[in-house]
Design a binder for this molecule. Structure first.
Ligand code: ATP
Length: 361
């Protein structure tokens, strides 16, 4: 059993079901991210773990103990939300010490804990300042310090970085992960930002419409999506219609219009059984465009025509036509980007593709 377990959790608001029979185990010490688009039920799930709202059905356990009827302040959780809500008229040290007020600690112990946690978030020098004297990123670190000073069993973070500007957000990702690693605390993180989820998590739970679509490591969900939704949500994917001819020695044999026959390794098609319609997923980053004269390697190669170029500095996103299909490729720019109208070689490795059952939607 995990540090946090949900079993058959349902949450209804009136006639609307926000979370539809969700079960998951969050291993002790892990960093697990609930990832999905707005409205998919991430926050509702987190709020049920926190005890801010009650599930309509199902059981929640924390460290093996059923907590459905345990009020929030007795669950021993650390919470950080997007609006970090520090008390403006208290000093930073007083803000951080707030959670310790009801613990039976001497003043000396309390001061030591506050000092230690301010060291941990690398802001030992701000103890006597007030929140408005700190930057947004510093305030967010203090909100984190306030949550972890009580030594909670689980840290719950709801889009804690989304109020920060882009550069700071990236710095804080690294910082948050460092702190989580250092203290080894079980963490549940909510975000709709796929790059945040991939960068920070041990495990990602991809959600849509109140349901879990896939649970896996960042590499699993990125490289072997379990559904079309997951492959689209985790970035730009080309989803091609194909027909499975069944297994052969090298993996799963597929027939595609234009591209012909390719074989995808079995582990890249874990849900495809036997012959029939399948979708072949090729990530835009895995589709390589080269000059027609570039030497061949193990990649399958087809001629295509660049129809549009979205220049992104170091890289470009190309819209390229191969036969009657328009595909997207994101490639680093070597010397110059390919131009609109240019004929290029479009190449990919079958092992960089994933196959899913059924025809594309
Ligand atoms: P976001 O990233 O936008 O916060 P989310 O995935 O966290 O999205 P939730 O906040 O969990 O989504 O909401 C899930 C669904 O439940 C939404 O359709 C929302 O409108 C609905 N919902 C949430 N809270 C309530 C409530 N108190 N009453 C009615 N419906 C609610």
């Amino acid at each position: 059993m995990g540090a946090v377990s949900l079993t058959d959790i349902v949450k209804r608001f009136g006639s609307f079901t926000a979370v539809q029979r969700m079960s998951m185990d969050i291993p002790e010490g892990s960093f697990v991210t609930l990832l999905g688009p707005s409205g998919c039920g991430k926050t509702t799930t987190l709020r049920m773990i926190a005890g801010l709202i009650d599930p309509s059905e199902g059981e929640i356990t924390i460290k093996g103990k059923r907590v459905n009827d345990v009020p929030i302040h007795k669950r021993n959780l650390g919470l950080v939300f997007q609006n970090y809500a520090l008390f403006p008229h208290k000093t930073i040290a007083q803000n951080v010490a707030f959670g310790l007020k009801y613990r039976d600690l001497s003043k000396a112990d309390m001061d030591r804990k506050v000092r230690d946690v301010l060291d941990l978030v690398q802001l030992p020098h701000v103890a006597d300042r007030y929140p408005k004297q700190l930057s947004g990123g510093q305030q967010q670190r203090i909100a984190l310090a306030r949550a972890i000073v009580i030594e909670p069993d689980v840290l719950l973070l709801d889009e804690p970085l989304s109020a920060l500007d882009a550069n700071l957000r990236e710095d804080m990702r690294v910082e948050l992960k460092r702190i989580q690693h250092r203290i080894g605390i079980t963490t549940v993180f909510v975000t709709h930002d796929q790059s945040e989820a991939l960068a920070m998590s041990d495990r990602v739970v991809v959600m849509s419409d109140g349901r879990i679509e896939q649970v896996g490591t960042p590499e699993d969900v990125y490289n072997t999506p379990a559904s079309e939704f997951v492959s689209r949500f985790l970035g730009i994917s080309n989803i091609l219609s194909a027909t499975s001819k069944g297994a052969n020695a090298g993996g799963l044999s597929l027939e595609l219009p234009v591209f012909g026959q390719i074989t995808v390794p079995k582990e890249k098609a874990p849900h495809v059984e036997g012959a029939g319609p399948v979708k072949l997923v090729i990530r835009a980053e895995k589709l390589l465009l080269t000059d027609l004269s570039a030497p061949r390697d193990e990649r399958a190669a087809f001629d295509g025509v660049v129809e549009a170029v979205d220049y992104q500095g170091q890289a470009a996103r190309y819209f390229v036509r191969v036969g009657d299909q328009q595909l997207q490729a994101i490639n680093m720019i070597d010397e110059r980007p390919f131009q609109e109208g240019e004929t290029v070689s479009v190449r990919f490795r079958p092992r960089d593709c994933a196959a899913l059952p059924g025809a594309p939607s």
